[in-house]
Design a protein around this ligand. Structure first.
Ligand code: SF4
Length: 366
């Protein structure tokens, strides 16, 4: 595994286009495209359905726009955006609703509904599957999943996002096989060369959106397994709890070992928490007392509270609100405190922002 593969680069904020442009410059993506200007490049967003990105399910088109602008400014011309929505949803409707058709027209790139592509049969480890011919012919695949939960696989990210390049028949087949093994096999046959995770406001627990959490971050790396391990950790899971992640590592797609990863943060989040339309986020927020909390910090707390809720460990915080935010600096209180801003409290979890696993550990033993 090279040093580049061990690196995850993160940028915080709520301006997807500018953030993506900075991220691409920081990782020097053009240097990763070994074939040079003639390379056939695929951009694979997540358009599971035709809902706007604010609902927490789909990739923000501004991220894809920034990728196209970067690639074209770097001399790359052969670019295709490719996606096939989930079974029962119309990809063309998603393209129109989210503005991907206008994006393709404006920048002169191809837009492919993979449901209409030709498919090639490929096999790995006893599973044969139909994969988009166009996807298989690419020289460089940029995968742009959304950081979100999933009712069956717990999380969904770079590895699972490649389900959009198989046929609808194959998507159904994957479900009969329990998802984990076929997803890992698919990624052994074809995997992303670079993954950019849209973590602006992914869904807390469902692939189709509806419970968006303001997360204010975009991150990326060359190893999709490491990227997904980071997604799992951000959502309060251990990577080994996610079946397809563990299998992908076993099959040699990449490494799920975050202890060996180099995490490069390009900035600190300074955004403020916005009101969430989600019922579950409101319900979890009721356990907190936020005073000028940064959005990334608050999002990590919400993810930790969601895991505590799953484990039945929330009740003891009913009266004892969890304090978070810059308004607590210099204050000495006895309630639980999140982040360095609460360092004068009787007890707190340190970090700026503290990560979800540390918050979860702290609250679990509080
Ligand atoms: S610890 Fe304080 S300053 Fe740091 S991210 Fe959290 S709220 Fe913001």
């Amino acid at each position: 595994m090279s040093d580049v593969d061990k690196r995850l680069t993160i940028i915080y904020g709520d301006t997807p286009k500018e953030m993506t442009a900075k991220l691409l410059e920081a990782v020097d993506m053009k240097s990763l495209i070994k074939k040079g200007a003639s390379a056939r490049i695929g951009i694979k967003p997540n358009l599971v359905n035709a809902t706007p990105p604010e609902k927490g399910a789909t990739t923000h088109p501004e991220i894809v726009e920034a990728v196209i602008l970067y690639l074209q400014a770097s001399g790359f011309r052969d670019i295709v955006i490719l996606e096939g929505s989930w079974v029962g949803a119309n990809t063309q409707t998603a393209f129109r609703t989210l503005g991907y058709d206008r994006l393709a027209e404006t920048y002169g790139v191809r837009l492919l509904d993979t449901k209409r592509d030709a498919f090639v049969q490929k096999s790995y480890n006893g599973i044969t599957m139909e994969i988009s011919k166009t996807a298989l012919e690419l020289d460089f695949l940029i995968d742009i999943p959304v950081l979100k939960g999933h009712c069956q696989t717990l999380v969904t990210g770079a590895l699972k996002n490649l389900k959009g390049i198989i046929s609808d028949r194959e998507k159904r087949h994957f479900h009969t096989l329990g998802l984990h093994k076929p997803i890992a096999c698919l990624n052994r046959i074809i995997s992303a060369d670079f993954s950019i995770v849209d973590g602006i406001c992914g869904d807390l627990d469902f692939e189709e959106g509806g419970n968006p959490v303001q997360m204010n971050r975009i991150f990326g790396g060359t190893d999709p397994v490491l990227v997904d391990a980071y997604i799992a950790q951000t959502m309060g899971y251990r990577p080994e709890e996610i079946g397809y992640l563990k299998l992908s590592a076993d099959y040699g797609v990449g490494s799920a070992d975050l202890s060996g990863a180099e995490i490069v943060e390009l900035n600190k989040d300074t955004g403020k928490v916005k009101d969430s339309p989600s019922r579950i986020v409101k319900e979890l927020s009721a356990y907190t007392a936020a005073e000028d909390a940064c959005s990334a910090c608050f999002a990590n707390l919400i993810q930790a509270l969601m895991r505590l809720k799953d484990e039945g460990g929330l009740a003891r915080f009913g009266e004892n609100k969890i304090a978070i935010g810059q308004g607590y600096r210099g204050k000495s209180l006895s309630c639980p405190g999140i982040g360095n801003c609460t360092s004068e409290f009787a007890s707190h979890v340190s970090g700026c922002p503290p990560h979800t696993p540390e918050i979860l550990d702290y609250l679990s033993y509080y």
